[in-house]
Design a protein around this ligand. Structure first.
Ligand SMILES: Nc1ncnc2c1ncn2[C@@H]1O[C@H](COP(=O)(O)OP(=O)(O)OP(=O)(O)O)[C@@H](O)[C@H]1O
Length: 259
């Protein structure tokens, strides 16, 4: 049965995209059929996987969402990209911003992406959704269609403070739109083990949340190689297979597979 995991944090730069890419490709390497959906008009997921000009793409997630809003038939294959590392990608570009604005006047506007996901989930073991850094309508759509939400948090003071607001939004979506929504876990990212500060922040997260929310045992270390992959169009497993970030994302993949 397919599991839909939305990767979300309204704070920018917490490694949402990097985590989607490497969790998704990790799961695909474990033999799972994986779809990655980009719901960020910046197109970071598509760029990170080797498509540097998403704004030049004719068919994207925006096309499919517009088809759904207009009650039109659509063909997923026209939009899907089959990546060489074994995942399928539904790319996005700047057109998604216009869709987000126009959703304001649409019936069941929070559930447009859910209609798409319900149509395609039979074909996949995992669907991983990358969110933009906001709690706007696209993020609500991404939460409303998920089974679980994975929250990457950079191991620093301000990102950790922002967690409360995200958890409140997740609870609201669960109450009003998607009762089955669970928190998959909090993932500490970009942990710089050379500093006591980062270690203190990690302890703070465990103390504050681990009694009510899973905090992944795996922490993603600060790594120059991880930062470089977005320009390489490949996963960390391909770019730096023996490095610490590849090891960490491999361990995260196992945690997600073991539920
Ligand atoms: N483990 C890491 N160590 C160092 N840098 C990293 C690591 N993971 C990601 N980065 C870098 O941090 C930046 C933010 O990462 P990423 O784009 O994955 O975050 P994001 O949360 O998706 O961002 P946005 O909020 O803009 O969508 C990027 O430049 C990325 O290359």
């Amino acid at each position: 049965m397919c599991k839909v995991i939305t990767v979300s944090n309204q704070k920018g730069g917490t490694a949402k995209t990097t985590s989607c890419v490497n969790l998704g490709i990790g799961l695909a390497s474990a033999g799972k059929k994986v779809l990655l959906i980009d719901t960020d008009p910046q197109g970071s997921l598509s760029i990170s996987l080797g498509y540097p000009e998403p704004d030049e793409m004719e068919n994207t997630l925006a096309t499919l969402m517009m088809n759904i809003v207009n009650d039109e038939e659509f063909c997923l294959e026209d939009v899907l990209i089959h990546h060489e590392e074994g995942v399928d990608i539904l790319p996005s570009n700047i057109e998604l911003s216009a869709i987000e604005v126009s959703l304001v006047n649409v019936m069941s506007r929070e559930l447009i992406l859910r209609q798409l996901v319900e149509r395609v989930r039979v074909a996949y073991d995992f669907i991983i959704i990358d969110c933009m850094p906001s709690l706007g309508m696209m993020t609500i759509n991404a939460l409303a269609c998920a089974d679980a939400v994975l929250i990457p948090v950079q191991a620093a003071y301000l990102p950790v403070k922002g967690l409360q607001q995200l958890i409140k939004t997740i609870s609201r979506v669960k109450r009003q739109l998607n009762p089955k929504l669970k928190i998959e876990g909090i993932l500490l990212t970009m942990v710089d083990y050379r500093t006591n500060y980062a270690k203190d922040i990690c302890s703070m997260v465990y103390e504050a949340y681990s009694s009510s929310i899973k905090v992944f045992k795996t922490e993603i270390p600060m790594s120059v190689r991880a930062a470089e992959i977005s320009a390489e169009g490949s996963s960390i497993y391909k770019y730096d297979p023996k490095g610490k970030a590849a090891y960490a994302y491999g361990e995260l993949t196992k945690e997600v597979l073991n539920g």
